[in-house]
Design a protein around this ligand. Sequence first.
Ligand code: SF4
Length: 258
Amino acid sequence: MGNRGLANKRRPTSNDLPAWLKVLNEEVVACIRCPRLVVYREKIAREKRRAYVDWDYWGKPVPGFGDPDARVLILGLAPGAHGSNRTGRPFTGDSSGNFMYPVLYKTGFANQASATHRGDGLILKDAYITAAVRCAPPANKPTPEEIAACTRFLDREIDGLKNVKVVVALGRIGFDAYLNYLKRRGQISTKAPYVFAHAAKYTMPDGRLLLASYHPSNQNTNTGKLNERMFTEIFREAARSVKKTISTPRTPSTPGHS
Ligand code: SF4
């Protein structure tokens, strides 16, 4: 998948979001349901990291980002404390994003390789990024209760993203988040046949391809558990898979939930 053609794509603004997604995002940003995460995200935003002392941290839940008509859904874990909890956009301003966006650019899913702040011109094409949990958790570890609480947003978001053909799950929590979504939707009764491993892929009963990847966290990229070649191949596979469905017309986003 090349990058040609992205330049001709009209630059999305917030007005390009369908109404249901605007409403959802407003609810996400206002959410205070998980007391531990509210305290943590605000504490980080107040205290800041020395390198970002001049930043006005976002300090709130982080909505999803990307093309609402996407055929590829990237499902991550949670905002980084000094990354998207600072910038307000997934994977923006931290090492995970510095690892991921060049790969999305190279594989044709982004118009640029860098992601530094919300006004940096980054556009995703045919990809949408969301997370199992929308508030930065201490030590990047949300509790099961926090993951469960945030399904209120994840379910509506996935329901609304009608064109998704491939779900790239980043890490075991992202992988489980999609399986649990399918359980809640009555598509699967057990997660047992679906085993997380890097590059594992499963055609799910909803017709989508679930593609697993190690999470591009420091812990994985610094140790070489996940390298750029491995991660690129995940998105090449995603691109190949959506091309197979290229004859299927993409439908405009419509309300996907009650
Ligand atoms: S993690 Fe989700 S449910 Fe919990 S406070 Fe943040 S946005 Fe709300």
